[in-house]
Write a protein that binds this ligand. Sequence first.
Ligand SMILES: Cc1cc2nc3c(=O)[nH]c(=O)nc-3n(C[C@H](O)[C@H](O)[C@H](O)COP(=O)(O)OP(=O)(O)OC[C@H]3O[C@@H](n4cnc5c(N)ncnc54)[C@H](O)[C@@H]3O)c2cc1C
Length: 411
Amino acid sequence: MEGSPTLETLPRGGQVHVVGAGPVGLLLTALLQSMDEFSVRLYEKRREYTRTRMVQLAPYLVADSIESYRTDAIDGDSIQALFDPLELEQGLEFRQSMEADLTTLLHDWTLGFCPLNGIERSLSDLIDARGSNGLQRSATVISAEEAETMLEPGDVLIDCTGSSSLLRDRLMPESNATEQGANTFKIRLEYALVITFLYGETYDCNEYCKYYKNRDNARYKFIPMVHRTHYDGSVSHVTGIVNISAEEYEAMPPRFDGEWLRSNFPHVTESMDRFIDKIKQESNGELLGDPQIVRIPLDLYRARNATNRQWRAAGPTDHPFANSPVFLAGDSAIGSPYFQSISLGFECAMYLAGLLAQRDLPLRDMLDQYEVFMYKQWLRVYMRSKMIKHNKDLFESVDEPLALLDKLHIY
Ligand SMILES: Cc1cc2nc3c(=O)[nH]c(=O)nc-3n(C[C@H](O)[C@H](O)[C@H](O)COP(=O)(O)OP(=O)(O)OC[C@H]3O[C@@H](n4cnc5c(N)ncnc54)[C@H](O)[C@@H]3O)c2cc1C
């Protein structure tokens, strides 16, 4: 309702600008596309989907009951503690109301690993196959200034540009931002090497490997990602991580092979080799090629504001962010190395599409409800990530009782 800032609703006829057509921007676009009242503009800077890394989606994405939504051992309790049953029911209802073409894809992706670009291409093709329905796609890089200026009154802007979000740190007016990046809260959990190798036999990886195959590794432990080991009938694809110090991280290039590691960090290589030797003793196979390694910081982060509510609260100005709703979705809003972030981003997209569809909902409530939802998602991610990091820290000391006891704060 015009004139009353508390009752103002989303006007009809405005455009929804979705910046970034990664998995989350694509799903959001597909959801809005099937709601007649929206005319969506989707912007993407990449011309092709080339990211081949294998990813897994969480089964809770296609859950049809609260019990099946809470199957993850750590996350399940957090869900129950953070969300009211009614909120969970509403989330499940939205899922069940989704178009069958999308639901079928989601079901397929929760069954096993799939390449990230397979998800992106399928969603992109689905959007194109449905016909325009008011949708325009632009292959272009959008700058933050362009994003601000293209926003007309009555439009909605959704930033799906991933972890280096285009707009996250512009969502606070300068007067409220005490420092650069003030809207990003980040915890650096650790630095790690992600090591991937191919092995010419089945490797029956399980939760006990991380202990038994590391028994002689005092400092560097190769921790296999149990659920990321995949045997394709002739070759096992194995991925694991090794914790490294900040100094070691600085001294390494972003990606390298086993030979480089052997020449420059022989102690890390020895640990990896010991682990692989134990696999060989079990199944008499051989390593195929050289391990491939990337070094990454493991960061847990969130946007303190996932909408433009601070701009609206700061009082009237001509700035576009003070006058039209802006949302962050997917990795631009929250990220964790130990949480299935695509699934989390898909949940953001579903929740946001459900909110935007409520045409009579006052804008202020829409922004507030999205903030509350994102905060609860953040708490969920934070708790699970800290728990996993803590478990990992305990594991690093498992053979040293005193070091282990130091980390066990019980009362
Ligand atoms: C090694 C690795 C393994 C992973 N494994 C998993 C896994 O198993 N399961 C899981 O759930 N997640 C996994 N992830 C995380 C997952 O890949 C991300 O969470 C997911 O890609 C985030 O989706 P998004 O759409 O939010 O952002 P992104 O995928 O980053 O997409 C952002 C899009 O925005 C576009 N863009 C950016 N800036 C602009 C601009 N200015 N103008 C126009 N377009 C722009 C980009 O080109 C991109 O297409 C993994 C990540 C890594 C690095």
